[in-house]
Design a protein around this ligand. Structure first.
Ligand code: CUA
Length: 277
């Protein structure tokens, strides 16, 4: 096992043929480091799909070349219009379909159920609003009271871009951060993704998280960070001229203490002003 708390792209040592196969493919694909709990499951699925596709690519290419040579035009030979009489190709098709069914039913659907549908309780999680815009990310935390406070479209001004009610006590302890999303290590994070303008996408490769940020919608994603570090956010939707600038966003995974210290340093902004530090 690699040292705890360090990002890794290696699976834990295991000698089953499945893990040997996935470890081989992992080396070949050179996937980015994994810094979330479900990350290795995503890797396993990606690796198994690559195995199937690799076997199909090699198998069909060999078969194609064989047929080109075996059935080439030769003087005096007429085509057999009846075609193949054996059942080998049928069995191969059944084999491929079975492998695909195993991938879907045995890996993809359980992975989706676990990492996408099965949300941790909000009380045990760091809840953050991720608001994308052209061209940056704002992260809003509800502060110690756990409540974001009232928002109203009529309150939106240049100084109060999210229309928070400054009179609402729940708003006052909100914490906002531009382009830096701090989250504590080994605790679930629930990120509620939305957008102020066009469709963006919150993609953080080491966390194996990708979620579109769509204006008018609030779409939550969750993950458990397993390694401290600073991980780049990539906007995964072409959203305008400054699309590439959205790579200035980072998820910073810190220990509980450092996360608290950061939160304290950001507190007191009243929740309405965005810090551009
Ligand atoms: Cu935002 Cu691309």
């Amino acid at each position: 096992m690699p040292p705890r708390g360090k990002p890794t792209n290696r699976l834990p040592a295991d000698s089953t043929s499945l893990s040997v196969a996935t470890a081989m493919m992992e080396k070949l694909l050179n996937l980015p480091v994994v810094a979330s709990e479900h990350g290795h499951d995503v890797n396993t699925l990606v690796e198994l799909v690559h195995w199937l596709m690799g076997i199909l690519l090699v198998g069909w290419t060999v078969f194609f070349i064989y047929t080109l040579v075996r059935f080439r035009a030769r003087p005096g030979l007429k085509a057999d219009y009846h075609g193949v009489r054996g059942h080998a190709s049928t069995w191969m098709e059944v084999g491929v379909a079975s492998f695909e069914a195993i991938l879907l039913l045995g890996f993809a659907i359980p992975l989706w159920a676990k990492t996408v549908d099965d949300f941790p309780p909000e009380a045990d999680s760091t809840v953050v609003r991720v608001v994308a815009e052209q061209f940056g990310w704002t992260f809003i935390y509800p502060g110690p009271d756990g409540k974001f406070g009232r928002q109203d479209l009529s309150l939106v001004t240049a100084e109060n871009p999210f229309g928070f009610d400054p009179e609402d006590p729940s708003t006052k302890d909100n914490v906002q951060s531009m382009n830096e999303m701090y989250v504590p290590l080994k605790k679930p994070t629930i990120a509620n993704c939305s957008s102020k303008d066009v469709i963006h996408s919150f993609k953080v490769l080491p966390l194996r998280v990708t979620q579109d940020c769509i204006p008018g919608l609030n779409i939550p994603v969750h993950f458990v960070p397993t390694a401290t570090g600073k991980y780049q956010i990539i906007c995964a939707q072409l959203c305008g001229n400054g699309h590439a600038a959205m790579a200035n966003g980072f998820v910073v995974v810190e220990t509980e203490e450092n996360f608290k210290a950061w939160m304290d340093s950001k507190a007191g902004g009243g929740g309405t002003a965005t810090s551009f530090e």
